[in-house]
Design a protein around this ligand. Structure first.
Ligand code: BG6
Ligand code: MG
Length: 217
């Protein structure tokens, strides 16, 4: 049996295991345009990994207009309904390249796996993708108080695995998520562009480039 530096891997969901980050993007873009806020890819990077109301508040601030709490809840619901319509047909075919093999490889090697997603839709998404049984622990919005970049979600996932932070690493596509992992004192594997994920320890383009061999002692 190989000896790995780590005993647990904690995965973000949206944009890491499946391209639902794109559906969040489309739903936020439509909402932003409806309130007159300028919305582009760069702005969207600031929303990734941030919870629903946090993201909405950033968009509304960019619109320069004032909204009541009741208006905000209505807008958040509208965005969520749009997002849910976009993910209605999600299936195992929507797993990103390398996602399923990486999970299988990690678990076959005896490491534990956890999901750390601030999305309230996370459980439905992993069920539709057919990977709900691939995690020893699932931590979603219902189980935490503070959204990424707070380390709480990664620390809660590690604790759920019965592991300390130093033997876990996190996998994330968002700036907020990488910050959360680093604040939790874990190794951060970024998924995406090194120019965006500047605080990650290592960045790969996608899980198709993931190799467990890189984590041998
Ligand atoms: C995160 C996404 O995983 O979940 C964000 O990166 C999204 O884009 C957040 O806003 C909250 O998702 P939901 O499904 O609870 O609105
Ligand atoms: Mg993500």
């Amino acid at each position: 049996m190989h000896k790995y530096e780590y005993r647990g891997v904690i995965f973000d969901l949206d944009g890491v295991l499946t391209d639902t980050a794109h559906y969040h993007y489309l739903a936020w873009k439509r909402l932003a345009e409806s309130v007159g806020a300028i919305f582009d890819e760069a702005f969207n990077e600031q929303l990734k990994g941030v919870d629903r109301m946090g993201s909405l508040n950033l968009i509304l601030a960019a619109s320069g207009k004032d909204f009541s709490e009741a208006d905000k809840l209505t807008l958040a619901d509208e965005k969520n309904l749009h997002y849910q319509s976009l993910i209605a047909q999600l299936s195992p075919a929507d797993l990103l390249p390398g996602a399923a093999p990486s999970l299988q490889l990690i678990r076959a090697a005896g490491l534990k796996t956890a999901l750390a997603s601030v999305s309230k839709n996370a459980q439905a998404v992993i069920e539709r993708l057919g990977i709900a049984d691939q995690f020893d622990v699932v931590v979603d919005a219902a189980k935490i108080k503070n959204s990424k970049p707070d380390p709480e979600i990664f620390l809660t996932a590690a604790a759920g695995l019965g592991l300390t932070a130093d033997v876990c690493f996190g996998v994330e596509d968002s700036i907020a998520g990488i910050r959360a992992i680093k604040s939790a004192n874990m190794f951060a594997l970024g998924i995406g562009s090194p120019a965006v994920l500047t605080e990650a320890d290592v960045v790969i383009a996608g899980l198709h480039q993931f190799s467990l061999q890189d984590y041998l002692k």
